[in-house]
Ligand binder design. Structure first.
Ligand code: CDP
Length: 225
Protein backbone atom coordinates (compact mmCIF):
# COMPACT_ATOMS: atom_id res chain seq x y z
CA UNK A 1 0.00 0.00 0.00
CA UNK A 2 1.27 3.47 -0.80
CA UNK A 3 2.20 6.06 1.79
CA UNK A 4 0.61 9.51 1.46
CA UNK A 5 1.61 12.84 2.99
CA UNK A 6 -0.78 15.79 2.49
CA UNK A 7 0.39 19.39 2.83
CA UNK A 8 -2.12 22.22 2.73
CA UNK A 9 -1.75 25.91 3.40
CA UNK A 10 -2.13 29.43 2.00
CA UNK A 11 -0.26 30.95 -0.96
CA UNK A 12 3.41 31.53 -0.30
CA UNK A 13 3.64 29.45 2.90
CA UNK A 14 6.49 27.46 1.34
CA UNK A 15 4.55 24.30 0.56
CA UNK A 16 6.20 23.57 -2.77
CA UNK A 17 9.77 24.17 -1.59
CA UNK A 18 9.24 22.00 1.47
CA UNK A 19 7.26 19.29 -0.29
CA UNK A 20 9.82 19.01 -3.10
CA UNK A 21 12.73 18.74 -0.63
CA UNK A 22 10.93 16.29 1.66
CA UNK A 23 9.90 14.14 -1.32
CA UNK A 24 13.52 13.92 -2.44
CA UNK A 25 14.62 13.09 1.09
CA UNK A 26 12.05 10.30 1.48
CA UNK A 27 12.14 9.02 -2.11
CA UNK A 28 8.48 9.96 -2.67
CA UNK A 29 6.87 11.63 -5.69
CA UNK A 30 6.09 15.30 -5.23
CA UNK A 31 2.60 16.04 -6.56
CA UNK A 32 2.00 19.76 -7.02
CA UNK A 33 -1.79 20.15 -7.36
CA UNK A 34 -1.50 23.95 -7.60
CA UNK A 35 0.36 23.45 -10.88
CA UNK A 36 -2.60 21.41 -12.16
CA UNK A 37 -5.01 24.29 -11.38
CA UNK A 38 -2.51 26.64 -12.96
CA UNK A 39 -2.41 24.49 -16.12
CA UNK A 40 -6.18 24.75 -16.47
CA UNK A 41 -5.97 28.51 -15.79
CA UNK A 42 -3.27 28.83 -18.44
CA UNK A 43 -5.50 27.07 -20.92
CA UNK A 44 -8.42 29.40 -20.06
CA UNK A 45 -6.23 32.48 -20.52
CA UNK A 46 -5.06 31.14 -23.87
CA UNK A 47 -8.64 30.55 -24.97
CA UNK A 48 -9.73 33.99 -23.73
CA UNK A 49 -12.29 32.50 -21.32
CA UNK A 50 -13.17 34.47 -18.15
CA UNK A 51 -13.22 32.60 -14.79
CA UNK A 52 -16.94 33.41 -14.36
CA UNK A 53 -17.89 32.05 -17.79
CA UNK A 54 -19.16 28.59 -16.78
CA UNK A 55 -20.23 27.48 -20.26
CA UNK A 56 -16.90 28.64 -21.72
CA UNK A 57 -14.96 26.76 -19.04
CA UNK A 58 -16.98 23.60 -19.60
CA UNK A 59 -16.21 23.73 -23.30
CA UNK A 60 -12.47 24.15 -22.72
CA UNK A 61 -12.49 21.28 -20.17
CA UNK A 62 -14.33 18.92 -22.51
CA UNK A 63 -11.69 19.13 -25.19
CA UNK A 64 -8.75 19.14 -22.74
CA UNK A 65 -6.53 16.21 -21.84
CA UNK A 66 -4.24 16.68 -18.87
CA UNK A 67 -1.48 14.21 -18.03
CA UNK A 68 1.20 14.18 -15.35
CA UNK A 69 4.63 12.71 -16.04
CA UNK A 70 7.92 12.88 -14.14
CA UNK A 71 11.30 13.84 -15.54
CA UNK A 72 14.28 13.59 -13.14
CA UNK A 73 11.81 13.56 -10.25
CA UNK A 74 10.18 16.82 -11.41
CA UNK A 75 6.48 16.90 -12.19
CA UNK A 76 5.65 17.90 -15.77
CA UNK A 77 2.16 18.78 -16.98
CA UNK A 78 1.10 17.82 -20.46
CA UNK A 79 -1.88 19.79 -21.69
CA UNK A 80 -3.25 18.25 -24.87
CA UNK A 81 0.18 16.65 -25.26
CA UNK A 82 2.10 19.94 -24.87
CA UNK A 83 4.44 20.36 -21.90
CA UNK A 84 3.22 23.67 -20.36
CA UNK A 85 5.13 23.40 -17.06
CA UNK A 86 7.43 26.35 -17.82
CA UNK A 87 4.49 28.76 -18.28
CA UNK A 88 2.71 28.14 -15.00
CA UNK A 89 4.48 30.25 -12.36
CA UNK A 90 3.37 33.70 -13.63
CA UNK A 91 1.37 35.82 -11.18
CA UNK A 92 -1.38 36.23 -13.81
CA UNK A 93 -1.72 32.45 -14.11
CA UNK A 94 -1.78 32.09 -10.28
CA UNK A 95 -4.50 34.72 -9.92
CA UNK A 96 -6.57 33.09 -12.67
CA UNK A 97 -6.03 29.68 -10.99
CA UNK A 98 -7.31 31.01 -7.68
CA UNK A 99 -10.46 32.31 -9.39
CA UNK A 100 -11.17 29.36 -11.68
CA UNK A 101 -10.44 26.78 -8.93
CA UNK A 102 -13.83 27.58 -7.38
CA UNK A 103 -15.54 26.08 -10.42
CA UNK A 104 -16.75 22.54 -9.50
CA UNK A 105 -16.13 21.21 -13.03
CA UNK A 106 -12.49 22.35 -12.82
CA UNK A 107 -12.06 20.53 -9.51
CA UNK A 108 -13.83 17.42 -10.77
CA UNK A 109 -11.46 17.27 -13.73
CA UNK A 110 -8.46 16.99 -11.38
CA UNK A 111 -9.79 14.95 -8.46
CA UNK A 112 -9.45 11.44 -9.92
CA UNK A 113 -6.05 12.26 -11.40
CA UNK A 114 -4.81 13.29 -7.95
CA UNK A 115 -6.31 10.27 -6.18
CA UNK A 116 -4.89 7.85 -8.75
CA UNK A 117 -1.37 9.28 -8.33
CA UNK A 118 -1.64 8.81 -4.55
CA UNK A 119 -3.01 5.30 -4.86
CA UNK A 120 -0.24 4.10 -7.15
CA UNK A 121 2.74 5.92 -5.58
CA UNK A 122 4.19 7.09 -2.29
CA UNK A 123 3.46 10.81 -2.58
CA UNK A 124 3.77 14.15 -0.90
CA UNK A 125 0.88 16.11 -2.33
CA UNK A 126 0.41 19.81 -1.69
CA UNK A 127 -2.59 22.06 -2.25
CA UNK A 128 -5.57 23.55 -0.44
CA UNK A 129 -7.95 20.62 0.14
CA UNK A 130 -5.66 17.59 0.14
CA UNK A 131 -5.93 16.56 3.81
CA UNK A 132 -9.57 17.64 4.07
CA UNK A 133 -10.99 16.21 0.84
CA UNK A 134 -8.69 14.69 -1.80
CA UNK A 135 -6.83 12.29 0.55
CA UNK A 136 -8.88 12.18 3.77
CA UNK A 137 -7.00 9.02 4.83
CA UNK A 138 -3.50 10.40 4.23
CA UNK A 139 -0.96 8.93 6.67
CA UNK A 140 0.44 12.36 7.56
CA UNK A 141 -1.34 15.69 7.22
CA UNK A 142 0.45 18.99 7.54
CA UNK A 143 -1.03 22.48 7.56
CA UNK A 144 1.81 24.83 6.66
CA UNK A 145 1.32 28.52 7.19
CA UNK A 146 3.25 31.78 7.75
CA UNK A 147 2.41 35.45 8.35
CA UNK A 148 1.28 37.60 5.40
CA UNK A 149 4.44 39.74 5.81
CA UNK A 150 6.75 36.75 5.66
CA UNK A 151 4.94 35.20 2.70
CA UNK A 152 5.03 38.51 0.80
CA UNK A 153 8.75 38.87 1.52
CA UNK A 154 9.44 35.39 0.11
CA UNK A 155 7.39 36.08 -3.04
CA UNK A 156 9.19 39.42 -3.48
CA UNK A 157 12.64 37.80 -3.26
CA UNK A 158 11.57 35.02 -5.64
CA UNK A 159 10.51 37.59 -8.29
CA UNK A 160 13.64 39.73 -7.83
CA UNK A 161 15.80 36.62 -8.16
CA UNK A 162 14.10 35.91 -11.49
CA UNK A 163 14.93 39.46 -12.60
CA UNK A 164 11.25 40.51 -12.58
CA UNK A 165 9.71 43.71 -11.22
CA UNK A 166 8.25 43.40 -7.75
CA UNK A 167 6.22 45.77 -5.59
CA UNK A 168 5.99 44.67 -1.95
CA UNK A 169 2.66 46.41 -1.21
CA UNK A 170 1.04 44.96 -4.33
CA UNK A 171 2.30 41.47 -3.44
CA UNK A 172 0.87 41.77 0.09
CA UNK A 173 -2.45 42.86 -1.32
CA UNK A 174 -2.47 39.94 -3.80
CA UNK A 175 -1.72 37.49 -0.98
CA UNK A 176 -4.57 38.86 1.14
CA UNK A 177 -6.96 38.67 -1.82
CA UNK A 178 -5.85 35.12 -2.58
CA UNK A 179 -6.27 34.09 1.09
CA UNK A 180 -9.79 35.51 1.14
CA UNK A 181 -10.69 33.74 -2.11
CA UNK A 182 -9.16 30.42 -1.09
CA UNK A 183 -10.58 30.38 2.45
CA UNK A 184 -14.09 31.65 1.78
CA UNK A 185 -15.19 29.93 -1.39
CA UNK A 186 -18.07 27.52 -0.95
CA UNK A 187 -16.36 24.66 -2.78
CA UNK A 188 -13.15 23.15 -1.32
CA UNK A 189 -12.17 26.10 0.87
CA UNK A 190 -8.70 26.11 2.39
CA UNK A 191 -8.96 24.98 5.99
CA UNK A 192 -7.02 22.95 8.49
CA UNK A 193 -7.84 19.25 8.69
CA UNK A 194 -8.69 18.33 12.30
CA UNK A 195 -5.88 15.77 12.37
CA UNK A 196 -3.23 17.98 10.69
CA UNK A 197 0.09 18.89 12.27
CA UNK A 198 0.20 22.71 12.12
CA UNK A 199 3.55 24.28 11.24
CA UNK A 200 4.01 28.05 11.19
CA UNK A 201 7.11 28.57 9.06
CA UNK A 202 7.41 32.36 9.68
CA UNK A 203 10.46 31.91 11.88
CA UNK A 204 11.67 28.48 10.78
CA UNK A 205 14.31 27.61 8.19
CA UNK A 206 13.58 25.13 5.41
CA UNK A 207 15.60 22.32 7.11
CA UNK A 208 13.72 22.97 10.39
CA UNK A 209 10.34 22.59 8.67
CA UNK A 210 11.62 19.50 6.83
CA UNK A 211 12.72 17.92 10.10
CA UNK A 212 9.24 18.33 11.56
CA UNK A 213 7.66 16.67 8.55
CA UNK A 214 10.14 13.78 8.57
CA UNK A 215 9.46 13.38 12.33
CA UNK A 216 5.71 13.25 11.70
CA UNK A 217 6.33 10.68 8.95
CA UNK A 218 8.43 8.47 11.23
CA UNK A 219 5.86 8.75 14.00
CA UNK A 220 3.17 7.60 11.62
CA UNK A 221 5.33 4.71 10.34
CA UNK A 222 5.57 3.49 13.94
CA UNK A 223 1.79 3.68 14.30
CA UNK A 224 1.30 1.84 11.03
CA UNK A 225 3.58 -0.88 12.43
O1 CDP B 1 2.09 28.73 -5.23
P1 CDP B 1 0.81 29.27 -4.66
O2 CDP B 1 0.58 28.82 -3.26
O3 CDP B 1 0.62 30.71 -4.87
O4 CDP B 1 -0.36 28.69 -5.52
P2 CDP B 1 -0.55 27.23 -6.04
O5 CDP B 1 -0.39 26.23 -4.95
O6 CDP B 1 0.25 27.03 -7.27
O7 CDP B 1 -2.12 27.25 -6.42
C1 CDP B 1 -2.68 28.20 -7.30
C2 CDP B 1 -4.17 28.36 -6.98
O8 CDP B 1 -4.85 27.13 -7.27
C3 CDP B 1 -4.48 28.66 -5.52
O9 CDP B 1 -4.71 30.02 -5.27
C4 CDP B 1 -5.74 27.87 -5.21
O10 CDP B 1 -6.88 28.66 -5.28
C5 CDP B 1 -5.83 26.85 -6.30
N1 CDP B 1 -5.66 25.49 -5.75
C6 CDP B 1 -6.78 24.84 -5.28
O11 CDP B 1 -7.86 25.39 -5.29
N2 CDP B 1 -6.68 23.57 -4.80
C7 CDP B 1 -5.50 22.95 -4.76
N3 CDP B 1 -5.44 21.69 -4.30
C8 CDP B 1 -4.32 23.61 -5.19
C9 CDP B 1 -4.45 24.90 -5.68
Amino acid sequence: MSFNIAIDGPAGAGKSTIARAAARNLGFLYVDTGAMYRAIAFSLIRSGVEPEDEAGIEKVLESMTIRIVYSDGEQQILLNGENVTAFLRDEAVGNMASRSASNPKVREKLLQLQRDLAKENDVIMDGRDIGTFVLPDADVKVYLTASVEERAKRRYLELIEKGQDADMEKIKEDIRTRDTQDMNRSIAPLKQAKDAVVIDSSKLTIPEVMDRIVDAFQESLKLKG
